[in-house]
Design a protein around this ligand. Structure first.
Ligand SMILES: [Zn+2]
Length: 90
C-alpha cells in the first residue's frame, strides 16, 4: 500500500487525513503509549493521533509519526451507513 509523508502533504490532504481519522469508519492511528494511563479519549479513540504538516502528533505525549496511507490524502467517500439511516428516517 502506498504511503505519503505528511511533511510533503497539502493542506487539503492534511484535512482529509483528519477526516479519515475522526470518521469512526476506519480504525484511527493511535499512539503506541496509549496504555500508560496519561492518554485520553479524543478524536474517536484513546491516544488517537492528529494529522499536522509536521506529521501525526499525539496530544498526550511526544510520539510522532511521519506517514499516512496514501488513500487517506483523498477526500473521504460518502458514508453508506448514513445514507441508509437517512432512508429509514426521512
Ligand atoms: Zn502518546
Amino acid at each position: 500500500m502506498s504511503e505519503i509523508e505528511l511533511s510533503r502533504a497539502t493542506a487539503d490532504q492534511i484535512e482529509n487525513m483528519n477526516r479519515y481519522q475522526t470518521s469512526r469508519r476506519f480504525h484511527p492511528f493511535t499512539c503506541p503509549n496509549r496504555g500508560d494511563g496519561e492518554h485520553r479519549e479524543f478524536n474517536g479513540d484513546k491516544g488517537a493521533l492528529v494529522a499536522t504538516r509536521r506529521g501525526w502528533i499525539c496530544p498526550w505525549c511526544d510520539y510522532t509519526q511521519s506517514w499516512a496511507y496514501g488513500f487517506m490524502a483523498s477526500e473521504l467517500p460518502p458514508d453508506p451507513l448514513a445514507m441508509f439511516s437517512r432512508g429509514r428516517n426521512p
